[in-house]
Design a protein around this ligand. Structure first.
Ligand SMILES: Cc1cc2nc3c(=O)[nH]c(=O)nc-3n(C[C@H](O)[C@H](O)[C@H](O)COP(=O)(O)O)c2cc1C
Length: 158
């Protein structure tokens, strides 16, 4: 049977809630991308020019460390990858995740939550972190705490 993975990063719990429901909808395994150094409220202050996230997101090469729990992407036929939109793109810890495992030949469908902005230019920002053979597909913004039923519909598109 086809195996599906839902991997996600969530700083405030919004993406986490949706990722858990998405895993239920897809009958998928769940993998949380947990930062080695958790983000504090001060770190997440996007109004502060010197906050950790502002500094990280201004540096295209920043790769925040995460806890490298065991994960074997080759076990999965389909991977959903979710995150909160930060500065109109994906948090750089998503690049850290993509660079830490072998995703060659895999199909990765993105999902995100945001405060209102769209996906942005995220696909280009993430392609730098995977081999040519990895397909990165813009899935959907899953704002508004969608139901498992709605998420089943989303899953069935892939
Ligand atoms: C550092 C930072 C930057 C953000 N940048 C954006 C943005 O560019 N556009 C947007 O709509 N929301 C932005 N947000 C809001 C988050 O995307 C939104 O609250 C998201 O649902 C949080 O998910 P989480 O609880 O899983 O971390 C930002 C939040 C943070 C902390």
């Amino acid at each position: 049977m086809a195996k599906t993975l839902v991997a996600y990063f969530s700083a405030g719990g919004v993406t986490k809630r949706t990722a858990e429901k998405l895993a239920e909808a897809a009958g998928a395994d769940l993998f949380e991308i947990i930062p080695e150094v958790p983000y504090t409220a001060a770190d997440l202050d996007w109004r502060d020019k010197s906050s950790r996230t502002t500094v990280e997101m201004q540096d295209k090469n920043s790769r925040p460390a995460f806890i490298k729990n065991e994960l074997n992407p080759s076990e999965y036929d389909l991977i959903f990858l979710g995150y909160p939109v930060w500065w109109y793109t994906a948090p750089h810890i998503i690049n850290s995740f993509l660079e830490a495992y072998d995703f060659s030949g895999k199909k990765i469908v993105l999902f995100a939550t945001s405060g209102g902005s769209a996906f942005g230019k995220v696909t280009d920002d993430l392609k730098v972190s995977v081999p040519e053979s990895t397909q990165i597909i813009e899935g959907a913004l899953l704002n508004g705490n969608p139901s498992v039923e709605a998420l089943k519909k989303f899953v069935s598109e892939f």
